[in-house]
Ligand binder design. Structure first.
Ligand SMILES: [Zn+2]
Length: 237
């Protein structure tokens, strides 16, 4: 498998190239281009989040702890005295960085669920949900961000596979085939959950304008009705 330096270098180079192409072909601001570059590069490290003691896991959880502190500060601002607000934000960051990271490394196995094609798809779907629900991005930019995240993630999996092949091409290391997994019978409950999340994400996806314009009207209204039906059923549970 490729090491941290290789992953971050290739992810940054790939993201830079893709960002350059998007700047030429799409109407992007410089801030949007910088955000796409950062997301593509980070996605290139994301699959190693399950590796115990790995730099990517520590980096990603450091960023998550910062995000947790900011969410608490913005979400509870004005509802608590300042010292309590700061104490809660600090506590949230510490819990995420140390306790959740420790639990995460204990329950996950390196190069298992996170080194798989459905996980790459789920990373893209999660970007769409976060972009729409939390960040309020435009639909087209959200889809572009999801493409950067999915491609960055896939680039990591491809690199791991390439480093599993002996340079002379005559033999394969034991890790060959473990980075681009579609399904592992031994971990079927986890894969069932993963595919269910992917399916739910696909059904509930908001479509960008150029795709929704291409879908025939009757089919679009059927999908829309099914979605509304689901929304009515959810509170009943
Ligand atoms: Zn990896």
């Amino acid at each position: 498998m490729a090491n941290f330096n290789t992953h971050i270098t290739v992810a940054a180079a790939g993201s830079l190239l893709a960002t350059g192409i998007c700047l030429q072909t799409a109407h992007l601001s410089q801030a949007e281009a910088a955000a796409l570059f950062a997301m593509g590069t980070l996605a290139g490290l994301l699959p190693d989040i399950d590796s115990d003691h790995s730099l990517p896991a520590q980096w990603i959880f450091s960023l998550l702890s910062l995000a947790t502190a900011l969410l608490i500060l913005f979400g509870w601002q004005g509802k608590l005295p300042l010292w309590q607000l700061l104490a809660c934000a600090a506590a949230g960051a510490v819990v995420m960085r140390y306790i959740i990271l420790k639990l995460f490394t204990r329950i996950t196995v390196h190069r298992a669920l996170f080194h798989s094609l459905p996980a790459a798809l789920l990373a893209g779907l999660a970007t769409i949900v976060l972009g729409q629900q939390l960040m309020g991005w435009s639909l087209d930019f959200t889809w572009l961000a999801a493409a950067f995240v999915t491609c960055g993630y896939l680039l990591h999996l491809l690199l791991d596979e390439m480093f599993s092949v002996n340079l002379m091409g005559s033999s394969l290391k034991q890790s060959f085939g473990t980075a681009l997994t579609l399904f592992a019978p031994a971990a079927w409950p986890a894969y069932l959950l993963l595919y269910s999340a992917v399916l739910a994400g696909i059904v509930l996806l908001p479509m960008p304008r150029f795709i929704s314009a291409a879908i025939p009207r009757p089919l679009e209204s059927t999908l829309h009705d099914s979605f509304n039906h689901l929304l009515v059923m959810v509170p009943a549970w």
